[in-house]
Design a protein around this ligand. Sequence first.
Ligand SMILES: Cc1ncc(C[n+]2csc(CCOP(=O)(O)OP(=O)(O)O)c2C)c(N)n1
Length: 537
Amino acid sequence: MGETSRALLNGDEAVAYGARDCGVALGTGYPGTPSTEILETFSRIGGRAQWAPNEKVAVEVALGVAFANGRAMATMKHVGLNVAADPLFTATHTGVAGALVLAVADDPGMASSQNEQDSRRYAVAAGAPLLEPSDSQEAYDYVAESVRISEKWHTPVLLRLTTRVSHSKSIVAFRAPGAPPASPHFEHDRRGRVMVPANARPAHRRMRARLDAIATWNETNELNRLLEGSDELGIISSGVAALHAREAAPAAKMLKLGLTYPLPIERIRQFAGSVRRCVVIEENDPVLLDACLAAGVRVEGKPALYRFGELNVERVRRILAGDTSPEPSAPAGKPPQLCPGCPHRTAFQALHNLDCIAAGDIGCYTLGVLPPFEAMDSCVCMGASIGVGLGLRHVLPREQAKRVVSVIGDSTFVHSGITGLVDMVYNPPETGHVVLVLDNGTTAMTGLQEHPGTGRTLDHQPTHRLVFEDLAAAIGVPRVTVIDPQKEKASFERILKEHLDSEELCVIVARSPCLLNAKKERKYAPRQGESGASTAS
Ligand SMILES: Cc1ncc(C[n+]2csc(CCOP(=O)(O)OP(=O)(O)O)c2C)c(N)n1
């Protein structure tokens, strides 16, 4: 895209442009719908962008940049924030010298997620200011605002998107770049950053004082806008819900909040007092509602049924009308399935035939739960397959325990499977265990992103490759086997059975490229040790 002053962008792209235009020195994150396009776009438009092995590492790397006076952004989907919560909760104590923005995309309605989680709760729990854009323009503008707030108050900032904001396109007018970032440099601040209890106690007090100061500033902050209307009905809202509410009740007066933690509670109180009826319209959890009620502001919330799924104009109309009658159900979509020719199919056929108990994980391969395979028995969070499989092995009767297999994808293995493997050799079940790593050489589920096991960086350039079989052996797994589920389809089931019968600790790496990625890979520069057109890792 050329350098125009306006462009049609989705919210993720807008965040990337926002990051570019305010001099973000490094963007890092882990893929996850609906956040993935932020870093991909940032890289495409010249930003320094890299995939981290998981979200915790991403936030830690970004924190290092911000300790060095740089501007950093970490991107993730909502569940990624669970993984990154540990550094976040202490980064709000240490504070930052430069800027640290966490762009987190929630998925109300779970278009492609394993849970429905409202990340706004994290802002409150961790003590991080929270901004909620409602469209692409705000997504773009709020990056600069987040950087400003982060630098002014030396705090990490959460920029919370939702699926509808991330993936809807609207016009963005680019702004002239603001003050350029400081050149990265290091200044010691051991009391401020070494969080031993003696330093952490005053750091917590500083964090609360900072939030008080931001709350005071937020009372007159222009990110919170009053939209004039009738005094009969007032609506308090934020994010995309505010757009739905505006359309559902165009005559209503609205307080549209942009910086939703810490809240401008006196302004809200004043607003609620200026209207006859005041309703809080928000997606998912009653976060704004609870804060208003706790402060004694007289507002109404929504009936419980609207806590589930995305809001839309019709649902907001129903909320305002107090309508709790059953909602029309959405037409059933076509169920997803593994692609024809997908290498994962061989593994699931074998798991099915051997009547295995499959502790599963998250990725394309979760579709192994569906007919005709029905060969997955749990899927909780990334990496859980190994821990859950070990737990099952530890207590099940011997004959059942011997059928337990942990099934995990390659990107997921790097993200959070490795420590599970360490536990396997540290606390081995009596019947041994089998971990099946389905290595299709890409993060297929989220759109074919690279990861450390592919040996390529975010922009597909060669880099060091993590070799799973070497890693497993180094961890101390006694039996490690690599098998090609396409070329060795006929023997796959027999080999899996042999491993199960052996009662050893085993890792089987089933390696065959994702068909959707193989074609793209041929165009990438060869990796170390490759002569020309690459094969999948
Ligand atoms: C903590 C967390 N981060 C990101 C995601 C999004 N996500 C789901 S599965 C997955 C990786 C899938 O890749 P892989 O394990 O290689 O399996 P494949 O889809 O290639 O079969 C990602 C990034 C998530 N569900 N949870």
